[in-house]
Design a protein around this ligand. Sequence first.
Ligand code: TXD
Length: 319
Amino acid sequence: MARNKIALIGSGMIGGTLAHMVGLKDLGDVVMFDIAEGIPQGKGLDIAQSSTVDGFDSRYTGVNDYAGIEGADVCIVTAGVPRKPGMSRDDLLGINLKVMEQVGAGIKKYAPKAFVICITNPLDAMVWALQKFSGLPKSHVVGMAGVLDSARFRYFLSEEFKVSVEDVSAMTLGGHGDDMVPMVRYSTVAGIPLPDLVKMGWTSQDKLDAIVERTRKGGGEIVGLLKTGSAYYAPASSAIQMAEAYLKDKKRVLPCATHLSGQYGVKDMYVGVPVVIGAGGVERIIELDFNKAEQKMFEKSVEAVKGLCEACVAIAPNL
Ligand code: TXD
């Protein structure tokens, strides 16, 4: 059986980390694409040389032409510019929308059967635009944000409770902005919901609220520390988990920015909700019952995404 072909559109910090992880996890051959000449070729060659030490057989190609991604099974899109301190994700909109138009055309022409994972910010608007520009089925175009935001939430909880990260499960829904919705009720330690853990005295409500707030601002915390860009290790791990779910038909339940056509009362927008990812792409959208407070937070988050989509249409009326 031929190896999977994984196209990484954007070979910057996340793209490079993705390329390395694909090899280490034996997921397939990698094509790295970028407009910057030499970067995908150089990173590809560097990682390929590490394969002899780490013992993996993925082949690496670096290209500056979309023809190189032909027939890709998975495309992971990080092309664009990341945030600098003081910038919000939304400040990136104008620049990255133009990038999505080019990427969408490239995927449409050369990899129309791919499962596409968009990472570029502002995420929910960019994945929405990318689906439209590429014309690929909505089941095959998703955005990565919820896995990362949930991973951050899980990490902070595991630190607070002093338990293994493996025993903490958490879910963060809504848009990938400071209005995201960490679902406290549906987050657990070994199956015990967080509100019960507060009652059991494992933590206080105040501490839990602070963790929720830190999760919401998790991306900004890293931008503030790095000063020259945004997070890339955890974003890459998160996208790899989604790609693996598709390639291995794992049917993982993951929070992803997904096209909604009426679910959660939202029409023609991408918003983070739990979905099942398998060989069919997004195979099922899980509709949770929200309580009043959650509903309010979710609606606020959806409003923010709506504003971004409207801003996209103002720039690109063909959307
Ligand atoms: O949760 C999430 N979704 C995110 C999103 C978490 C962290 C970072 N997130 C966003 O990912 C971030 O705000 C950026 O929009 C993307 C990529 O972040 P990265 O840190 O990898 O940015 P880099 O290192 O600047 O890499 C971007 C690359 C760079 O090599 C450029 O030359 C290239 O994109 N680029 C392009 N490639 C192809 N085509 C075009 N037009 C293009 N323009 C720039």
